[in-house]
Design a protein around this ligand. Structure first.
Ligand SMILES: *Cc1c(COP(=O)(O)O)cnc(C)c1O
Length: 427
């Protein structure tokens, strides 16, 4: 398309980068078609839940104060429960982020003397302080909840013997993180998670299982709640917020677990009954409605990036041809200069703060400098096109998101352009 190439050129993308992008795209059309089919299914699933629960204009009204009988909030929670096929759901702006949702789910269902088990290795960074793996005031450890961990085997599979040995009478709750997050292990499919849950429940039928579903929602047609998870938990600043939710988290699960979460979130006795919606219902509903196609666009961006960079000699995790179970793509750029060029491209392609220049800086909790590129409507949103990574071996950027596939494509082309401009790749 002449017209598009001309505009891209004006924006700084060379004909060579564009042509290489088109060549790459031609190799992955079938995968894109498969992603569209999953999005179509998930779109229908969300629509059916909205229709069944009679979502109407009245659901969008703002409430303040205590929020008793908040119809918009209560209906949204029923919509989530139906999409996740659970008895109940807790979804509201009072849950500030994914870490908060996970913290509520854990601290509501673990009592002093109970043990928490992670059979999939080290949990996501922010959870380490929640659990008390890294010492922190108000951690679960401080409240007398012990923690045990079984690492994955060298090939990334579950250590079933180790898990069997780690489950004992005190094991109350098992936490399974679906996405690799910023680790190097593989992300698990929902089917794999189901096998792990079934294994654990065969050993201890009354053990509770929570799945950290961050970055995984709507990547497949089933969710962890469809394969036996008692609680499925995530952030509205990621997939299910569809890029529109300005805040929020969700916990979908059994009535018993969700009731306890509500009592922990607000207060014993109050539970789900309080919590005004503050006028945020339109973006929470609309974001959830858009989420299946937003997730599809982000996933296409991830696959495009892997297929663009891998043939140029950069290791990609997941690689160019592997199946995907989340929207995160790691690209090992091999040098600090590579990471900077890549992030400059993502930033330059952003709708917001495109004029900013990302540079490495110190970050609390990291032992190396970190570089970040993000130009987002919702601050810090990694559902929007964004990239970051610590400046150390193997010099990998983790990038994810993109509210539309077209934007993800432009950002990735721009990253390659900056790499080419810096003499780091030859096309
Ligand atoms: C992002 C993330 C979290 C934390 O969510 P926040 O909204 O950033 O607090 C937890 N687990 C995983 C796997 C994540 O990717």
């Amino acid at each position: 398309m002449e017209q598009l190439l001309e505009l891209y050129q004006q924006m700084g993308i060379s004909p060579a980068v564009y042509a290489y992008g088109e060549e790459t795209l031609n190799r992955i059309r079938e995968r894109f078609a498969a992603i569209d089919r999953i999005a179509e299914y998930n779109q229908a699933k969300v629509l059916a839940a909205m229709q069944k629960n009679r979502v109407g204009a009245a659901c969008f009204a703002a409430t303040t104060g205590y929020g008793y009988d908040d119809m918009g909030r209560d209906t949204l929670e029923r919509v989530y429960a139906d999409v996740f096929h659970t008895e109940a759901a807790l979804v509201r702006p009072q849950i500030t982020c994914g870490t908060h949702a996970l913290t509520v789910a854990l601290s509501a269902n673990l009592l002093p003397g109970d043990e928490l088990l992670s059979p999939v290795g080290m949990p996501y960074d922010t959870l380490q302080e929640v659990i008390g793996i890294r010492e922190s005031p108000c951690s679960l450890a401080e409240y007398g909840v012990t923690y045990r961990q079984v690492d994955l085997l060298a090939d990334g599979s579950f250590d079933y013997d180790g898990i069997r040995a780690a489950i004992h009478e005190k094991t109350k709750l098992i936490t399974i993180q679906r996405s690799k997050g910023y680790a190097t292990r593989p992300t698990f499919s929902v089917e794999q998670i189901g096998e792990l849950i079934a294994f654990c429940k065969r050993i201890k039928p009354d053990v509770l299982v929570m799945v950290d579903n961050c970055y995984g929602e709507f990547v497949e047609t089933i969710e962890p709640s469809d394969v036996g998870a008692d609680m499925t938990v995530g952030s509205l600043i990621k997939n299910p917020g569809g890029g529109l939710a300005p805040i929020g988290g969700y916990i979908c699960g059994t009535q018993k677990c969700v009731d306890r979460c509500a009592y922990r979130l607000s207060a014993p006795g109050l539970g789900q009954e309080v919590g005004a919606n503050l006028g945020l219902m339109p973006s929470l509903y609309q974001g959830f409605f858009l989420s299946p196609t937003v997730v599809a666009g982000a996933e296409k961006g991830a696959i495009f990036a892997a297929n663009l960079y891998e043939p140029l000699g950069f290791r990609c995790v997941p690689n160019a041809s592997e199946p995907r179970y989340d929207i995160i793509q790691a690209v090992e750029l091999g040098s600090e200069a590579g990471m900077i060029a890549f992030c400059k491209g993502i930033q330059a392609a952003a709708p917001v703060d495109s004029y900013a220049d990302p540079i490495p800086g110190d970050m609390p909790g990291y032992d190396a400098q970190v570089i970040m590129a993000a130009g987002a409507f919702v601050q810090g949103s990694t559902m929007e096109l964004s990239a970051d990574g610590p400046i150390r071996e193997p010099y990998a950027v983790y990038f994810q998101g993109g509210l539309t596939w077209a934007h993800a494509k432009l950002g990735i082309l721009m990253s390659l352009q900056k790499m080419a401009d810096a003499g780091l790749v030859k096309l």
